[in-house]
Write a protein that binds this ligand. Structure first.
Ligand code: IMP
Ligand code: MG
Length: 182
């Protein structure tokens, strides 16, 4: 088991890359089937955390899809602040479009709630949610998470795009906070 140190904390391997890629292929296949006969969707990738997932998901789909990015932030260190800030706004006209949100992780769901509200106001015809990771024990919102690739317990994780105070995004595996911090 690999162990890494980011800032003041130690993390250990939790989900190997092969398992991540397999799960992404699974949702990619499902999305391809579901959108095959629909108007070309817009994949809306939520930066920064989703950059690696988005790249892999785009490679695994068998349909045409447009790609756009939005940047939101709700985390401070290892805790959700409950307040979602828009750091880079929606720069595409999504009126009447089928939008697929591409998230790295759905935790409390505050980000998804804000994002869905924003997309509804912008006139999206249909909004669906795809996420690499879902924490079902933390998520308590009404919005359906249509395509969760991997479900995980309520632990703080890093890697595959996810960070701890901006570090750890580059790892191809996912790491969890080590129970032993010595
Ligand atoms: P939510 O608004 O609580 O659902 O959190 C969503 C955002 O918080 C995600 O898109 C991540 O950027 C960040 N986040 C939530 N859980 C984790 C974690 O375990 N590690 C790193 N970032 C996380
Ligand atoms: Mg995110």
């Amino acid at each position: 088991m690999a162990r890494i140190k980011l800032h003041d904390k130690y993390f250990v391997t939790s989900i190997p890359n092969e398992e991540i890629e397999r799960a992404i292929c699974g949702v990619g296949r499902q999305i391809s089937e579901d959108y095959r006969d629909k108007d070309c969707p817009v994949f809306l990738s939520v930066l920064n955390g989703s950059f690696m997932f988005t790249a892999s998901l785009m490679k695994s789909i068998e349909i045409q899809a447009e790609l756009s990015f939005i940047k939101l932030s709700s985390y401070d260190g290892t805790e959700s602040t409950g307040c979602v800030r828009q750091l880079l706004g929606l720069n595409k006209n999504i009126k009447g479009r089928n939008v697929l949100i591409v998230e790295d992780i759905v935790d409390t769901g505050n980000t998804i709630v804000e994002l869905v509200k924003l997309l509804q106001e912008a006139g999206a015809a249909d909004i669906k949610v795809c996420t690499l990771l879902l924490k079902p024990d933390s998520y308590d919102k009404e919005i359906k998470i249509d395509y969760p690739a991997i479900k995980i317990p309520n632990d703080f994780i890093v890697g595959y795009g996810l960070d701890y105070d901006e570090l750890g995004r580059q790892y191809k595996d996912i790491y969890v906070l080590d129970s032993n911090q010595d």
